[in-house]
Design a protein around this ligand. Sequence first.
Ligand code: LMR
Length: 394
Amino acid sequence: MFDTLTQCEPDAIIALMQVAKADTNPNKIDLGVGVYKTDDGATPIMRAVKQAEALYHHEEITKSYVSTSGNMEFRRLMTDLILGDNHPAGDRIATAQGVGGSGALRLCVEVIKAASPQATVWVSTPTWANHIPMLESVGLGLASYPYYNKETLSVDFDAMMDTVSTGARSGDVILLHGCCHNPSGADLTHEQWDTVTDLMADRGLVPFIDLAYAGLGHGLETDLYGLRKVVATLPNVLSGISCSKNFAVYKERVGMALILAETPEQADIVQSELGLVQRRLVSMPPDHGAALVARILGDRDLRQMWADELDEMQTRISDLRVTLSEALNVQGGEVIARAVREQNGMFSMLGLSKDQVRALRKKSIYMTDSARINIAGANLKTIPQFADAILEVL
Ligand code: LMR
């Protein structure tokens, strides 16, 4: 039966994670997979999560099934967190807990396929490594818009607008990164969000927002601007939201699909579609991580503790950006230095060639082949060594 199969290419990010892990060089610098790390290279459990877990251990009274759409309290609290209290979407929202951010995106993709199989989904060049395979696997049409200019290391907004406005047809879906663009780190400004929202409104385009790093760019309120803008303006929005990074619950796989419909009646129908899709994919999402997030968001003290810890992570990433930028800001490194300083969240894409990335890998410095670095994997000790190595390959 398996004669027809051939060896699969490993996923680039997952493979890199394994290679870096296996490297025993004590001076290795692992800036590969998007995981937050402290100065000593650990990815600790957040204090609020630890406390919620202790409380929940006593409070949990059953392991019985929850539902195909997942933990209702989690979905309610997450919707309020993401859209803000008294959000304008009212009861036009459908939600389902996803198996991590990827599971949430997958739910949205399945709903797009069911509702609008002829739609083309437009993705940024570049985009997160799993977007295109996921969209291809359900057979949706794909197109791309230019986004990151590898020379200037910044968003090419004119080219993006040009391509979308001339190429996309009414009903097409535009996949956008809510904040902390993965892999580039280059985000739309609020003004650019306004402009692209106007374009989508004019052309009948549907935004699909991947929101995996909210809070880690400039803090929650600022990072949520784009998603809130499209929800306040457009009739239909899809969003795949991840709690992996901002609650640091990576392996618990916590995420949520949030879909805005035109009317409450339509939202009910979308809700039933989400339930059906989930049933086919995984039947029901695991509850533990979602229950912890709900425990935190529903408790004033735990919520404050979590918000403070999220701010600490965000501040550390910003500080690392400043330090790295200063170390690179010498002759030949100016463009990268500026990009690192101005970009947001964990990632920056340095515009290096594959050969340059491979040369760095020989020195136990790990980044993806696309020259994406996870700044949160660096620390004050490793930054000088890293900056010198970059300047050398330049
Ligand atoms: C990343 O981009 O490194 C993370 O989102 C982890 C992943 O699953 O790719």
